[in-house]
Design a protein around this ligand. Sequence first.
Ligand code: NDP
Length: 272
Amino acid sequence: MTYFEGKVVIVTGASTGIGRATAELFAQRGAKVAITGRNAESLEKTRQLCEKAAGGSADKVHVVIADVTKEEDTKRIIAETVNKFGQLDVLVNNAGAGTKPGYNDSHFTQPLEVFDYVMNLNARSLIALDQEAIPHLKKTKGNIVNVSSIGAFKAFPALAYYCMAKAAIDQLNRVLAIDLAKEGIRVNNINPGPVRTEFTTAMGMPDASQDWMEENIVKPNCPLGRSATPEEMATVIAFLANNDEARFVTGQLLVADGGTSISSPPLPTQAS
Ligand code: NDP
């Protein structure tokens, strides 16, 4: 019996990437999972993976097609999950993107409608979901894990709005952790570095650009020499969500970036 047996976990942005791998891992570890996103076809693939990971139990996976930038959808994600599974133990706020669909970046010269969308998706939606989830998390002494980014404290020039949104949720994490500690609810962030997912595709970049970035940006700047896999992020999220293993961890930013954010260029004598 694993810790997550019988627990109910919501993973937003579960149709691809980090969210999909996270939902699959929770399902494998015995949780009932509610998976959400806008793309029904991709979510169906995640549903099948979760069902397989859960040993074929179809009744342990619930799909909610939803856009987290819409408040009626965020309310529905929480309500449907609790109606289906009777409780909520973990909310993983993972849905996010670097820009608004149709725009290639969130450079500070982009129209304010891009700012509004990026802030809504990456920050405001968390508040909407948390407000609905907290009454249920109080009952289970559950917890929240937010997927932030090293962009919250490193400057990515063409992603000003995105970096601002992630910085906002890092601070929300700290404040909420204090506010909710008396309720027995923990709140933590994971701050990934580069992870191979659909993230750049969603910004309109061709698939081939991922290989270029891996060689020219990721490898030279990451001490561990590569991007992470979504599965490597999922295990960190599952650790933070585990009320046994991480019971004394709250309000923290767990940076999972292969050392990217702490490294400096080598001295000339060390450069090879
Ligand atoms: P993906 O693009 O693979 O996944 C993003 C997920 O978010 C998808 O499931 C997508 O589903 C969902 N999503 C996007 N917009 C909306 C919306 N309006 N409503 C509901 N769901 C939405 O990228 P990642 O897996 O990489 O991203 C997951 C998280 O990780 C994000 O918060 C991202 O900022 C963060 N991150 C990623 C890094 C990376 O290098 N990949 C680095 C640091 C942080 P759908 O399209 O079906 O709606």
